[in-house]
Design a protein around this ligand. Structure first.
Ligand code: ZN
Ligand code: ZN
Length: 469
């Protein structure tokens, strides 16, 4: 008997932990293997055995390098998956950087936990990192990078290929073509879809209508505010801060947001609209990612590639310094006068940004500029919500700096853009599944889709399996 099934093992009525499994009579394909992030149950959920047998998978396909899409790959490999992991070339390179970083963070967290338990004279023998940096690198070795639009053989199962999703460098809409009773069934997985007016990344590509669609809904119930010319907003904020002798501190994800902000600062500096304000990018991971971006500029939008051909490298401009070493990073604390400092992590939960906030929050001349989503209970969210004082490394710091948020820097398509992309497919044939969004966002998007869809639209629950065709 031939059959086709899809099961949702993460990113079902939630944003993180993206993981979906297709199975036909010929075998199984896993789409993404992401880490569950946020929420108190994340530790248990990430450690839990997979509800399928990793050695029995025929292939793993990654939509992009973000940890909520790739972060459980080391566990999958550790638990017996020995086959290929396919992704685009930039995703393969970024995963090496990001998974290694995730492994380091897991090791640091475990070491911290052991220290705390020892202080309380409690047993520590059970504490293990989710995975180590070494295990992360071993898993990253399995990822095979292929160009966009190149058909990849999945053996007996069928084939797959990657279309551009925008979002971040290398991000893909994954098309899977599986053999089902002598016919090919096309399943499209949107991954995360980007916005249409990003500076570096292009819009998600239109793809020929599939039989089945798995579609993200992060902003399924939201419209981004019309903030107008984002580059001009950025200029006004930086200039205002510089005029009072202050620094602009920008917490930003090392891969994606950092480069988008850099490219807009590039435009301001190179057009002479911003003068005399040095820009520091202080994050070892961002420094590595910048090299990957430069090697894979063919992943940029057509417009960004055109500017590049005309000689405008968007990630290099006068006054820019990319800081890697700890000494140089610490020297920034002594820096006098106006500056822009971009640092990670994006939600201020770890990394060098915490040092920059500690040194700069109390000075009313400074500005803290948020360019990405701040999850509940994070230091970033507290500052964004106007909480003062805030606690950093056990000390309280009053927030006297100006606090600004520019939501348009988001890497995620909003409701209108999601619907526009869906329409560009020209009619899904057999069924659509809405994933990767909080429950309300998924349900709202599904409702909108049902108004125009001819196929049934589902919002799956965690670990739910559907029989297709
Ligand atoms: Zn993403
Ligand atoms: Zn995502």
């Amino acid at each position: 008997m031939s059959s086709l099934k899809v099961a949702f093992h993460g990113g079902a009525r939630e944003v993180t932990g993206s993981c979906h499994r297709l199975s036909s009579s010929r075998g199984q394909v896993l789409l993404d293997c992401g880490m569950v992030q946020g929420g108190p149950e994340r530790h248990d959920r990430n450690r839990r055995p997979f509800p399928f047998s990793p050695p029995e998978l025929g292939a793993v396909l990654l939509s992009h390098a973000h940890i909520d899409h790739s972060g459980r790959l080391p566990l999958l490999v550790g638990r017996g998956y020995g086959g290929p992991v396919w992704a685009t070339e930039p995703t393969a390179e970024l995963c090496r950087i990001m998974l290694a970083d995730a492994g380091r963070i897991q090791e640091e967290d475990a070491a911290w936990k052991i220290k705390r338990l020892r202080k309380q004279h409690r047993d520590t023998s059970w504490v293990r990192p989710l995975y180590t940096e070494e295990e992360a690198l071993a898993a990253a070795e399995k990822i095979r990078g292929v160009p966009f639009h190149q058909e990849v053989s999945l053996g007996d199962l069928g084939t797959c290929l990657f279309h551009k999703a925008g979002h971040i460098l290398g991000a893909a809409i994954v098309e899977v073509r599986l053999w089902v009773s002598g016919e090919i069934r096309r399943i499209l997985f949107s991954g995360d879809l980007g916005i249409h007016d990003a500076r570096l990344m292009g819009s998600p590509e239109p793809v020929e209508a599939p039989d089945y669609l798995l579609m993200e809904a992060t902003y399924g119930d939201r419209l981004r505010p019309a903030e107008g010319d984002l580059t001009e907003h950025l200029r006004i904020i930086v200039q205002r801060t510089a005029d009072r002798g202050g620094k602009v501190i920008v917490p930003a994800f090392a891969v994606g947001r950092t480069q988008e902000v850099m490219a807009r600062l590039n435009d301001l500096v190179e057009s002479g609209r911003l003068r005399g304000v040095p820009v520091f990018v202080d994050s070892p991971m961002a420094a590595e990612a910048i090299q990957v971006f430069k090697r894979h500029a063919d992943g940029y939008s057509d417009e960004a590639q055109r500017l590049l051909r005309e000689g405008d490298e968007p990630l290099a401009f006068p006054g820019l310094r990319v800081v890697s070493s700890r000494e140089e990073s610490m020297a920034l604390n002594e820096l006098e006068g106006p500056a822009v400092i971009l640092s990670a992590s994006g939600m201020c939960t770890a990394g060098r940004i915490k040092h920059h906030l500690r040194h700069n929050l109390a000075d009313p001349r400074n500005t803290i500029l948020f360019v990405g989503y701040q999850a509940r209970n994070t230091l970033g969210r507290l500052i964004q919500d106007g909480v003062s004082p805030v606690r950093i490394f056990g000390e309280w710091h009053p927030v006297k700096a100006e606090v600004v948020s520019l939501e348009s820097f988001s890497a995620h398509a909003d409701q209108q853009e999601l619907l526009a992309w869906y329409r560009s497919l020209g009619g899904v044939r057999r069924g659509t599944f809405v994933v990767h969004g909080e429950e309300a966002a998924c349900l709202t998007l599904a409702e909108h889709l049902r108004r125009e869809a001819r196929e049934p639209v589902f919002v799956p629950h965690l670990d739910e399996e559907y029989e297709l065709s």
